[in-house]
Design a binder for this molecule. Sequence first.
Ligand code: ZN
Ligand code: ZN
Length: 311
Amino acid sequence: MSESGRTRSSPFRRECSRWALDASRRLRYADRHLAREGSGGLLNAVRAGPARPRPRAPARYLAAHLRLTLQGDEVRHATLPVAVRLDDGAEVASLDLAAAYPVAVAPLGEAERAAAARTLQAAFRRAAPEVLGMALEAIARRARRDLLRMADYYASLDGEMARAVDRTRSPEERTRREAKRRLLPQELEARRAQLRDRLAARLGAELVAATVVETEVDACDIPVRRRTRVTTLVLRRRAGDGVLEGPACASCARSALHLHVCDDGLHPLCARCGRAGRLDAARCPACRPRGTRASLALPVGDPTAALRLGR
Ligand SMILES: [Zn+2]
Ligand SMILES: [Zn+2]
């Protein structure tokens, strides 16, 4: 800054630059994190210029608790804590609220509400199978056991009926028994449908607690280049608990510090969603129109599927 610039700076300006200095010191680690390609931060892109620290500013978060309910032949519950950065809906590490104190905060705005709802849904879809893994595994075990029994039962019934047909002397009786045996596949299909209905589990979630948290955040803008295009990623550091946050993954919404950037839309994607960085428009999950929603599918080997009955 020039001599004249310094003499003219107001106390407010000085305060701002002190903040910026402070932030840049705090963010040195964060900055290094994204400093070099392959160093752990940027996975398929490079820095396109120096980090630009922003003045420390308050940021809003939602600390939410979801109650997950798995309703099948029995009911199971689990609790899922989710922390959402309301600015952009990133799912972030949980906030340490031990030293927090109550303040008056504005209720969620329209955009914040929408961002939080999207993120809670994404967190629910991702985490529910894990959180309720034991209960789901128990359902799968019961399904496997029942299907095995059914396979045994119908295989031996089919064998018995085949022998009964062979033993028959009268043509009418033979026709009758053959017809009965030919109905077996249908009967088995009905039994399998019953089993599916009985064990079909419905998964639901309700928001049982939510706290709006306001805390100070240091941030810096980091220009990043992917091939010929340049974008800006924002790194944040929560002043209260020192947690470092990256941009929201454009696919799963989780805050990520290890990032891929897609070719066309320059969407930031976490290491898991970034598919090894080969991210043309067809491969980037954020560029593609919304695909089919991942559903909860329990892999259960069905031994009855291979049964050939009534022939
Ligand atoms: Zn992701
Ligand atoms: Zn993209």
